[in-house]
Design a protein around this ligand. Structure first.
Ligand SMILES: Cc1cc2nc3c(=O)[nH]c(=O)nc-3n(C[C@H](O)[C@H](O)[C@H](O)COP(=O)(O)OP(=O)(O)OC[C@H]3O[C@@H](n4cnc5c(N)ncnc54)[C@H](O)[C@@H]3O)c2cc1C
Length: 269
């Protein structure tokens, strides 16, 4: 994202810049654009958020970026694509500034916090469905004269998935509790975002493995899910960025409280 906004002296902002991977832009009626309004301000107060009704001559879709995700109901629900946008002399009236100048970063973080919670719920639902599909398959598939479900190695794989799902659900419940009670949920949300993105990846991968070649085919939804959820480790902040921030908060908690508990979900009990 490299978009700047300048005032034109007639009560309007003029936006110029570019943005790629704008999900659902191809089907959007309104764009929410974050642009730098003041490069001299402290880092987190440089950006502002604008609402722009579409179509608009200053807002052009350069291309719709195709990805590794196999097309299906899941990808197509968001217009099936992520667009590259060019913003050229886009005139935005002052009343379309949301929340005041310099509030863009704070608003973005607020939205992302709840977006991550929603992604997390989605990941749990998908992992649960994958585990159901895998379990249905192994209770019918016989190899070497025995049902797969009777093999301990296979049962261990199911146990790992169940454990992953249980942890994921508890994480979400804790964060939802914090959100409902207006508590600071940033640290837990960052930890859970990474865990849930990797959890769904592991569980869907295990479900594919247990289906054998059938799992690699597109006869089940698993292949489409697998290609779609790879993005979870990137969107709304890559794993490494969240782990970096999480680790810094662990050190901060230790310095401030003499224990890392508050940076590790320690207010749970
Ligand atoms: C399917 C999909 C949909 C998306 N939709 C949207 C959207 O609608 N709106 C939107 O604004 N964005 C969207 N994005 C963009 C997404 O938010 C970014 O891809 C993500 O934040 C990572 O940024 P980047 O791609 O610029 O990677 P970079 O910042 O270039 O990072 C590349 C890699 O470097 C490593 N890295 C980066 N920083 C650090 C660090 N500090 N410490 C250690 N390692 C690091 C990580 O491994 C990271 O994956 C979407 C992306 C995808 C894949």
């Amino acid at each position: 994202m490299r978009t700047k906004a300048e005032k034109n002296g007639q009560g309007n902002y003029v936006l110029n810049g570019e943005k790629w991977f704008s999900s659902a832009a191809a089907v959007a009626d309104i764009a929410m654009i974050m642009a730098r309004t003041n490069p001299e301000a402290p880092r987190h107060q440089q950006f502002s958020t604008f609402l722009v009704e579409l179509p608009n001559p200053g807002y052009n879709i350069v291309r719709n970026i195709d990805t590794m995700a196999i097309h299906g109901p899941l990808t197509d629900a968001l217009g099936g694509t992520h667009s590259e946008i060019e913003i050229k002399d886009l005139i935005v009236p002052e009343e379309n500034l949301v929340g005041g100048e310099g509030q863009g970063f704070a608003m973005g973080q607020h939205r992302l916090a709840y977006g991550r919670l929603r992604h997390g719920m989605h990941n749990v639902a998908m992992a649960q469905r994958a585990l159901d599909l895998a379990t249905a398959h192994i209770t019918e598939r016989e190899t070497f004269g025995q049902l797969l479900s009777d093999r301990q190695a296979v049962q261990f794989m199911l146990a790992d998935c169940a454990q992953d799902l249980y942890i994921a659900r508890l994480m979400l419940l804790h964060i939802a509790y914090k959100a409902e009670n207006g508590m600071d949920l940033r640290q837990e949300n960052g930890i859970a975002k990474v865990y849930l993105a990797n959890m769904v990846h592991r569980v869907v991968d295990t479900a594919i493995q247990l289906h054998g070649a059938l799992g690699y085919s597109t006869d089940t939804p698993l292949a489409a899910w697998y290609t779609s959820i790879r993005s979870q480790r990137l969107v709304d902040g890559a794993d490494e960025v969240h782990r970096w921030k999480t680790g810094k908060n662990v050190i901060k908690a230790f310095k401030e409280h003499g224990t890392t508990a508050l940076a590790a979900g320690g207010d749970l009990l």
